[in-house]
Design a protein around this ligand. Structure first.
Ligand code: AHN
Ligand code: ZN
Length: 331
């Protein structure tokens, strides 16, 4: 009896102490804030959306597979209740090739000013130029991880948003022509501007004039087995607080073996141009594997092995659930 009384008193004391910092909020409002329950990210569903893209074959700009997959993605977003914007653009590649590019945007609560932008690239690389076998260097990759994984996670998030809307407006932005950067066998000059052409275009002319978002999250190669994500260096430079928010949340959810809360190296990726040009603080969730033999992005990166055999639902879940919890907890 006495013991229970002590526990009760301690509880009351703790409650009143915690309450002090929030004098303007009623207890009800505070309870409400704590119980924002984020929906459950279904990794099997996300996996199917990854596979559906890979089933089209490589999605290289200026090919019919690319057109077909673009149509599929726009139709999926529409079926999940998003307002879809197709942003078509003729973009010039490193070698002068004109790319018929298409950024595909799915917007929720488009009238709301408080927004979060989630990005992934949907095109795939025309060359497996990092393959151990030189014979494969001119073969297009399937891009199960490099491209499809991020988009698959975002399609699953679209499905969840239709069932239960988060408070903020959300834009799911599928960027094109990320991976047309000059191949390793190209004898000319290699520049970072050769990459991320769709992102550069969107950052200069967003789908909505004067578009802004509180922050952005880019997902790139988020489906690899035993992937480890570090605090990518450009993300740290431009959006440190977002990195902190995401890595804290991932670790609280028990995904600490995927999200290592340490500084990683920098990646020339879509978020770099979104930060520099659109000035939206945006992080990149991208793997870093120092021990990998072929690439620090993992052994299948830009090889013909970037296929469904190397996609792991557990990684999709860790990333997907973390992003879901982050976006549903923004007010
Ligand atoms: C480079 O660092 C050159 N590229 C990283 C961006 C990328 C390519 N993501 C997927 N493919
Ligand atoms: Zn790539």
């Amino acid at each position: 009896m006495k013991k229970n009384y002590i526990i009760l008193m301690t509880g009351l004391l703790l409650f009143s102490t915690l309450s002090c910092g929030n004098k303007n909020k009623t207890a009800d409002e505070q309870m409400k804030k704590k119980t924002v329950e984020a929906p459950d990210f279904d990794a099997d569903s996300a996996y199917q959306y990854v596979k559906a893209q890979v089933d089209f074959g490589p999605r290289v700009p200026n090919t019919q597979e690319h057109v077909a997959c673009g149509n599929y993605l726009a139709a999926q977003l529409a079926s999940f209740g998003a307002q879809v914007t197709n942003q078509y653009a003729d973009l010039t590649a490193y070698d002068g090739t004109l790319l018929k590019a298409r950024n595909i945007i799915g917007s929720y609560k488009p009238e709301t000013k408080k927004r979060i932008a989630l990005f992934a690239h949907w095109d795939t690389r025309p060359w497996a130029d990092n393959d151990p076998n030189e014979k494969n260097h001119h073969t297009p990759i399937l891009g199960a991880n490099d491209g499809a994984s991020g988009v698959g996670v975002l399609l699953e998030i679209a499905r969840l948003i239709q069932q239960q809307a988060p408070e903020l407006g959300i834009d799911l932005i599928f960027l094109d022509a990320e991976d047309y950067g000059s191949p390793q066998f190209y004898a000319g000059e290699h520049k970072e501007e050769h990459w991320c052409l769709g992102a550069q275009y969107w950052a200069r002319s967003p789908h909505v004039p004067n578009y802004n978002a509180r922050f952005g999250i880019l997902l790139d190669m988020v489906g690899g087995k035993n992937a480890t994500f570090y605090r990518e260096d450009y993300s740290e430079k431009y959006a440190k607080e977002i990195n902190t928010k995401v890595f804290k949340k991932a670790n609280a959810l028990g995904y600490g073996r995927y999200f290592i809360n340490e500084r990683g190296s920098g990646a020339t990726d879509d978020h770099l141009f979104i930060n520099r040009i659109a000035k939206i603080p945006t992080i990149d969730i991208i793997p870093y594997q120092s021990e990998a033999e072929l690439s620090s992005f993992g052994d299948t990166w830009h090889t013909i092995n970037d296929n469904m055999d190397h996609i792991d639902r557990n990684t999709l879940k860790a990333v997907g659930q973390t992003v879901v919890e982050v976006i549903y907890n923004e007010q």
